[in-house]
Write a protein of this length. Structure first.
Length: 91
């Protein structure tokens, strides 16, 4: 009886571990795709994005490295500005 209980517990632990690893392997591409979509948001009509593009191009033309450090109240505006700056600067 004791051996059967030990084998059953070992088999259950092994099964749970394998199932958990398989679930992570299956779900990983979905999370990566969602993260990529969030990074590739279309900010092209956003004013702060356009400001970032202009300032990035200006810094690129004058061989400067992010000379203006802008801070916006909204996190979304900050992300749009940085995305625009990177695009304008050529990174």
């Amino acid at each position: 009886m004791r051996i059967n209980l030990r084998n059953w517990a070992l088999a259950a632990a092994l099964g749970i571990g394998i199932t958990g690893c398989a679930a992570q392997a299956i779900a990983a591409p979905f999370f990566q795709e969602r993260d990529q979509q969030q990074r590739d948001q279309d900010y092209s009509k956003n004013k702060t994005y356009q400001q970032g593009v202009r300032e990035g191009r200006d810094d690129q033309a004058r061989n400067r490295d992010h000379s203006r450090k802008r801070h916006f109240k909204k996190d979304e505006d900050q992300k749009a500005y940085e995305a625009g700056y990177q695009k304008g600067h050529g990174n």
